[in-house]
Design a protein around this ligand. Structure first.
Ligand SMILES: NC(=O)c1ccc[n+]([C@@H]2O[C@H](COP(=O)([O-])OP(=O)(O)OC[C@H]3O[C@@H](n4cnc5c(N)ncnc54)[C@H](OP(=O)(O)O)[C@@H]3O)[C@@H](O)[C@H]2O)c1
Length: 165
């Protein structure tokens, strides 16, 4: 379920039906916050396997990811490579220290936070670049520094996002 919009209880019941009929291997949600996941849990027979959320160094979602972990929900990030323009130049410098691009640094940062990413690019060279991240590890010190960056949502807020339907 892409967004926690109205009628989500009924939408989830339909997804559960699809799952029970073995027409989907797993079912999950996107952009749910903790409160919305708690509401879903109250009525759900199946819990979401994953929640795809805005997730990048400028919005590290610490609390929501901890909730996911406690409830066996996989964190999938979106926007992980997109929003680096508003972050300090030091991010680029750190990436250079590892001989990587800032996109690779942020993807690796997400993986080191046990989160899945579905990197998107229209360019073959970038797709190859984005897959070349398993040959380095970000140090604890750098992880802590990245995690301390100013936080703000860049995409819509799940609490008051009107999806237009
Ligand atoms: N659940 C949701 O609400 C939600 C919301 C948004 C996105 N998504 C999904 O999340 C996945 C990720 O998409 P995303 O939109 O969040 O963006 P993303 O993967 O974080 O970043 C994609 C953007 O970064 C550029 N890019 C990719 N690799 C690059 C590289 N190596 N160097 C420089 N630029 C690079 C791409 O441009 P080029 O294509 O020009 O390379 C594109 O503009 C997609 O599957 C998308 O459908 C889900």
């Amino acid at each position: 379920m892409h967004w926690p919009w109205n009628n989500r209880k009924i939408s989830w019941e339909v997804l559960e039906e699809i799952y029970r009929a073995k027409k989907a291997r797993v079912i999950g949600v996107g952009n749910f916050n903790i409160e919305q996941l708690e509401q879903l849990k109250q009525d759900a027979k199946e819990l979401p396997v994953a929640n795809q959320i805005e997730f990048h160094p400028g919005l590290n979602q610490t609390e929501l990811r901890a909730y996911h972990q406690k409830n066996n929900i996989v964190t999938i990030g979106w926007g992980t490579m997109k929003y680096h323009d508003s972050l300090p130049e030091t991010c680029e410098q750190i990436a250079r220290e590892y001989n990587k691009t800032i996109q690779q640094l942020f993807l690796q940062w997400a993986y080191q936070h046990q989160s899945l990413i579905i990197p998107k690019s229209m360019h073959k060279t970038r797709i190859i670049e984005n897959s070349a991240i398993d040959d380095f590890k970000i140090s604890d010190e750098h992880m802590k520094w990245i995690d301390s960056l100013p936080q703000s949502r860049k995409g819509p807020d799940p609490n008051n996002f009107y999806f237009g339907n």
